[in-house]
Ligand binder design. Structure first.
Ligand code: UD1
Ligand code: CA
Length: 456
């Protein structure tokens, strides 16, 4: 079976009160529409067509690499009209699944079930029983429980409005039959729109059994119309993500204060304290501990390493048994080997730190290649930028950099060398020797502090 997917995303999203199109608002760090396209891909769709609205170029640009076909619906004449726009792009599929760009939490399992329950018939509709069905289309059934149609709330009689089985909007149809039904849609209804839902009545009238199934959870079919609903779905998404991690062996100090805005691969016994944000792709090996208030983006952290409170790590690889923070900033292209320590108020960028090396306090290391067993004293600065070019600082194994030293790159500190505190190192320093640049200390005997002059 070749599956085609139509994603409806032409709505204006006025209630978001935003210059950003609704489907580009992020949920879990990804645009709403990306979530839906990802589900379509996971179902193995042969073709995905996204219907976007007038002025939707911003949506196309934002999701240019999404691998879907884009079709513009210049005027929003209804959900049926939107699907009609997509059909020419789906001539080679067997069945067409309709999803919504603003319904991001639909699960692949639910969609797979919808596909399977309708395998032997022309139409399947995802319906739900909701206690307060206001606003939804209602599912009409005959005395035998067979679906006979869907009526929009605005067109419904009071009796029909009492029905609690609603149309979620998601449906799947055999393509050739769908083409026929779409051709017969009219817009003679209260809203003057071409309703996709009317295909249900047309199918039933032809004797096609309309298969139905429900989502496992109601949030799966919840749409985003305003920022309040977006925030509610965000929390639902985060709770779900947190529960999955906990079941896989991760301790979360408080699942309500954890935010996954990317992908987290975490091995057993990782422990994450409160207010940690994960972005991009993050890998945490077994026993890693992340302290409170940390941001981790696109990084890998080795076994048993500890990241202490208030650290920001981005684009870095960190080995085993290392310690980072509190208050450390680890920037892209940094590699910290096993047993390294990067302490408080240390900023480190495009730098490699060898096994067991330490920079414990108040330091900037940029564009540096640092060997093993090196101790970088407090206040050390690599002067990597002359205002025009960046240069590299090399610090060989076992070197000791005294506090408050400035290493003016390009420069190399030899293996086992010691740099005296407060030095400004501009030339390479020999291995195993003490090098320092320091004005001699003097004492002026009998010197007096100035005294305040009497005011005239
Ligand atoms: C629709 C269903 C209703 C269902 C409800 C579930 C129809 C006629 N009604 O109603 O039975 O209970 O969804 O939420 O289908 N869209 C377009 N182009 C258009 C119109 C809509 O792309 O011309 C898109 C919107 O961007 C939105 C989706 O289709 O993502 C649903 O449109 P909306 O107007 O919200 O439909 P409802 O009236 O809520
Ligand atoms: Ca709606």
């Amino acid at each position: 079976m070749r599956l085609g997917v139509v994603v409806l995303a032409a709505g204006l999203g006025k209630r978001m009160r935003s210059r950003l199109p609704k489907v580009l608002h992020p949920l879990g760090g990804q645009p709403l529409l990306s979530h839906v396209l990802e589900k379509a891909r996971q179902l193995g769709a042969a073709r995905i067509v996204t219907v976007y609205g007038h002025g939707g170029q911003q949506v196309r640009d934002a999701l240019a690499g999404a691998g879907c076909v884009w079709v513009e619906q210049a005027e929003q004449l209804g959900t049926g009209h939107a699907v009609i726009q997509a059909m020419p792009q789906l001539a080679d599929v067997d069945r067409v699944l309709v999803l919504y760009g603003d319904v991001p939490l639909i699960s692949v399992a639910t969609l797979a079930r919808l596909i399977s329950v309708s395998a032997d018939t022309g139409l399947g509709v995802l319906t739900a029983d909701v206690p307060a069905p206001a606003g939804y289309g209602r599912v009409l059934r005959d005395a035998h429980g067979r679906v006979t149609g869907i009526v929009e709330e605005k067109d419904a009689t009071p009796d029909q409005r009492a029905i609690t089985e609603v149309n979620t909007g998601i449906l799947i149809a055999e393509r050739t039959r769908l083409v026929g039904w779409l051709a017969r849609l009219g817009n003679d209804n209260v809203q003057g729109e071409y309703y996709l839902t009317d295909v249900t009545g047309l199918a039933a009238a032809e004797g096609v059994a309309v298969a139905t199934t429900h989502p496992a959870r109601l949030t799966e079919v919840a749409g985003v119309n305003d920022r309040v609903q977006l925030a509610a779905l965000e929390r639902d998404y985060q709770r779900h993500a947190a529960e999955e991690l906990m079941r896989a062996g991760v301790t979360l100090a408080d699942p309500g204060r954890f935010d996954l805005r990317g992908t987290l691969h975490a091995e057993q016994d990782v422990s994450i304290d409160v207010n940690v944000v994960i972005e991009g792709e993050v890998r945490l090996s077994g026993g890693v501990r992340i302290g409170p208030n940390c941001l981790l983006k696109d990084c890998r952290i080795g076994p048993a390493t500890q990241v202490l409170a208030n650290s920001v790590i981005e684009g870095a690889q960190i080995g085993a048994d290392a310690r980072v923070g509190p208050f450390a900033r680890v920037r892209p292209e940094t590699r910290l080997a096993d047993q390294t320590h990067v302490g408080n108020f240390v900023e480190i960028k495009k730098t490699s730190l060898g096994v067991g090396s330490k920079a414990n306090h108040l330091t900037y290391l940029g564009d540096a290649e640092i060997g093993a067993g090196v101790n970088v004293g407090a206040g050390t600065i690599t002067c990597n930028y002359d205002g025009v070019n960046k240069s590299v600082t090399r610090i060989e194994d076992r070197a000791f950099i005294g506090s408050n030293s400035a290493l003016v790159a390009p420069v190399t500190v030899g293996a086992g060398a010691t740099i005296g505190a407060g030095s400004v190192i501009t030339r390479d320093t020999p291995a195993e020797e003490l090098t320092l640049t320091r004005a001699p200390q003097v004492t002026i005997p009998g010197w007096q502090r100035p005294k305040k002059r009497p005011s005239s």
